[in-house]
Each structure stands twice: as C-alpha cells, then as structure tokens.
Design a binder for this molecule. Structure first.
Ligand SMILES: O=C(O)C1=C[C@@H](OP(=O)(O)O)[C@@H](O)[C@H](O)C1
Ligand SMILES: C=C(OP(=O)(O)O)C(=O)O
Length: 445
C-alpha cells in the first residue's frame, strides 16, 4: 500500500482535561497472526475486532495472494478459509508489506516451509530494515534467498523448502518476529522445532498456535527467557479469534490523559498480556493513576478496562529486561518522562534503532526540538523531566506512525503547540487515532 506524496502535517495544542470512554482498535500483533494462522488452517477462521490498519490489510492481501480466501464480513469482522499447513500456492506478483516488519517477517517464515517462491517487498522504511535475522534461521531450515537481498534488505525472493528441516534456534535478540518466523516455518517440518530466547518476547504466536490445535509448549529458560517447542506437521483447524484492543495503541490516549491536567479517560477491552504491559508497570512506578477492572481472558489473551486519571509523574529508572514487554512504547514513555519531575533513564534500547525509523535518535530529536533536555548514552535514553514541556517544535516523523502519535500526544499538554510534518503513517496501526483523540477533547488542527 502506498501513500500519496503529499505529506499531511498536523498541530496539537493544549486542550485542558481529556475525558470520555474509548475502545482503541484491535491488537496489531494478534491481527496479523489470526490472518496467517487462518490461512494455514483447514476450514474457516472467524475473526472479530481485526485491526483494519494498513499493516494488517497488507497481510490479508498476501494471504489471498498465497491462495487463502479472505473476506470482510462486517465492521472489523473477517473470515479466512485456509489452505492447510505447507499449502500456500505460488503467488503471481510480489508481496507488498508496505510499512510492516511483522507482516513481512512472519509471512517469510510461513513461505519458507512451502515449495514456492515469493518476492517480498515494502516501502522505503521497510526496505531499510534488517531481514538477515529472519533469513539466517530460515536458511538453516532449507529455504533459500534466490535473488535480491543485498545486505539482507528488501526486495528479495525467498524459495521455500520442499522438505523443511526442524531446528533448534537461539534467537540473537529478543524478537517475537524472529521467533514467530521460525515457528511458522517449523509447522511444515517433521519432528520438533525449538526456539530459545534469553529474554521472553510477546507470546501471541504460541498462544494462538495452541488455539488452532498445534502441539506447542513453552517453559522458562534462565532468569527471563523461554524455550518453545513445536511438534511439526499438525493439522491446524480454523478457529474463532476475538482480537482485544491494542495496548500499544492504548498507550497514546493513556499518556495524554496522564499529562493533561484534570483528565479522566476510560479505555475498554485493552489486552493485558504481561509480555506487553511494561509501559503500564513503568507509568504506575512514575505515579500514574491507571486502574484496572473487568479483567477477563479470551484464547489465553487477558484484557481489562483501564481508567486513567491525570497524575503528577516522577522520573524512574527503567531496567533493560523490561524492554521486550514495551518495545514499541518507549517513544510515548519519553513524552511522559518529559512531563515528569526528575530524570528518567530507559536502558537497553538497541532494538529501537531497527524499527520503522531509528527510534532512539528520532525520539531524542522529538524531545529536543520541543525544549526537553535529553541524551543518548550507548543504548540508553536519558530524559530530564521538568514537570512541563515548552513545545513549539516541528517533529520529523520519518515514515514512523509512533513518532507522529507521540508528538501529537506531547502537544496535548505542552506550553506551545507541537507540529508533526506528516500524519499519513498513523493509518498503518491506528487509523482512527485523530478522530478518537478529538472525541476525548484533544485539539488537533
Ligand atoms: O511480533 C510482533 O507482532 C512484533 C514484535 C516486535 O518486533 P521485534 O520482533 O522486532 O522485536 C514489535 O516491535 C512489533 O511492533 C510487533
Ligand atoms: C515496530 C512496529 O511494527 P513492525 O515491526 O511490524 O513494522 C510498530 O508497530 O511499532
């Protein structure tokens, strides 16, 4: 999916109290996985609450191109009729994943276990992101890169394995995308595929594989890690998937409500899988009032209603082992840290350098142009909070949805308006962000 060349700038100014009740869209990670596992199953998968953002719509298109039937049956309701494990058909055009690392890397894993070749491509941001981390284990399983891929970058053509091999793989960094790619390729291999991670990353693939009928177990490994074992060549059966609201999207109205004086905002159905809630832990340590109620689970994914009230925040030290559970939330945490009193140190953020943009540099720039004192020291980000933010800056979004949304949240309480150069990429993960924020009182113009 491509964007028009016309950037769409927007300005956010302090609005006073934010109030109301919202349900942010469906979780992006779970939405990708529901479409992919639906496509690898026999029978029908019914998904409700799917995120209809560009990243996920590109995954839906790729599943269709690989032979699954994917149909929208209502608002956020989608049916998938799958082709079974290793049943993908040869696509007759390149698969375009737009801005989405998750879609691209998970589908690479699924294709690696099928005797087909497929061209993987994406936008300028995705073309700059490393793919070697996925290709290395997939090549061990028998897949080959047959063209392109200089320096491990898109566009590249993957030839899947006719007889994929099960492997035991220790991921070099905590990454659910690497883990998931290996597990999805392992579905087609005979015997047992094992992934070992020294820091546990989000476990949606494991939970959903179980839900679709796979024999998969996960045990602890070392202090923070996991060992995941999947028995290959299962018959996956179509399933019902209810997608809870995305905690990474909820992060934006949550931080806005904490920093805008007098705010009181309720968010419903927010997924509270502990491998995704590092931000909530951190904001509470900072003194943020986030009350949880109506806690319940669906297919192993818990969710809750969150009530967030404006709070006086203080700086904290965020340990590196928390990074996997809040990897996409550091940008908006840095905004909260700017409004806090005192220093916040966020440690171990090397993975932020290989996201939609170099998020470590981009976050520091976002703060700096708005008058916040910030420093990068190795892999750590150090923010000097002074209880208020001068604002008045123009933030460069670098094709990165989360920079755009974080900067607009900053503007909700800054002394002077904050401007972003382009809001177009917000549509990748949170298409209704602007109207939803306006509905609770944000002043975007
Ligand atoms: O598996 C997933 O759904 C995701 C994993 C994370 O990436 P890494 O696996 O690169 O850490 C995260 O940043 C991304 O937004 C979604
Ligand atoms: C890193 C992200 O996504 P992806 O890797 O799927 O592009 C994100 O949504 O913040």
């Amino acid at each position: 999916m491509t964007h028009s060349d016309q950037p769409r700038p927007l300005q956010s100014r302090a609005s006073g109290a934010l109030t109301g009740k919202v349900r942010v869209p469906g979780d992006k990670s779970i939405s990708h996985r529901a479409l992919i596992l639906g496509a690898l199953s026999v029978g029908e998968t019914r998904i409700s609450g799917l995120l209809e953002g560009e990243d996920v719509l590109n995954t839906a298109k790729s599943m269709q191109a690989l032979g699954a039937k994917v149909e929208r049956t209502g608002d956020f309701a989608w049916n998938v009729r799958g082709v079974g494990v290793a049943g993908f058909a040869q696509p007759n055009a390149p698969l375009d994943f737009g801005n989405s690392g998750t879609g691209c890397r998970l589908v690479m894993g699924a294709v690696a276990g099928c005797p087909i070749s497929a061209v993987f491509d994406g936008d300028a941001s995705l073309r700059s992101r490393p793919m070697r981390r996925i290709l290395d284990p997939l090549e061990k399983m028998g897949a080959r890169v047959v063209s392109g891929g200089e320096g491990g970058r898109l566009p590249l053509t993957v030839q899947g394995a006719r007889d994929p091999l099960p492997i035991t793989y220790q991921t070099p960094v905590a990454s659910a995308q690497i883990k998931s790619a290996v597990l999805l390729a392992g579905l087609a291999a005979p015997g047992t595929t094992t992934v070992i991670e020294s820091e546990a990353s989000r476990d949606h693939t494991e939970l959903m594989l179980k839900h679709f009928g796979a024999d998969i177990t996960s045990t602890t490994e070392g202090t923070h890690g996991r060992r995941i074992t999947l028995v290959g060549q299962p018959e996956l059966h179509g399933a019902e998937v209810v997608v809870p609201a995305d905690p990474s999207s909820a992060a934006f109205p949550i931080v806005a409500a904490l920093i805008a004086e007098g705010s009181d905002v309720v968010l419903t159905d927010v997924m509270t899988n502990p491998l995704r809630t590092g931000l909530f832990t951190t904001l509470r340590e900072m003194g943020g009032s986030i009350e949880e109620s109506e806690v319940r689970g669906d297919a192993g994914e818990p969710m809750a209603r969150l009530r967030v009230r404006a709070s006086k925040l203080r700086g904290v030290d965020v340990p590196p082992e928390r990074a996997p559970s809040m990897i996409d939330e550091y940008l908006v945490l840095a905004v909260a840290a700017s409004f806090a009193e005192g220093t916040t140190i966020m440690r171990g953020l090397h993975e932020l350098r290989v996201k939609e943009s170099d998020r470590l540099e981009a976050t520091a720039d976002m703060l700096r142009v708005n008058g916040v004192k910030v420093e990068i020291s190795g892999d750590d980000l150090i923010v000097e909070g002074r209880g208020h933010v001068p604002g008045g800056g123009l933030v460069a979004t670098h094709m990165d949805h989360r920079i755009a949304m974080s900067a607009l949240v900053m503007g909700c309480a800054a002394d002077q308006p904050v401007k972003v150069d382009d809001t177009a990429f917000i549509a990748t993960s949170f298409p209704d962000f602007i109207p939803m924020m306006r509905a609770i009182g944000a002043e975007f113009s």
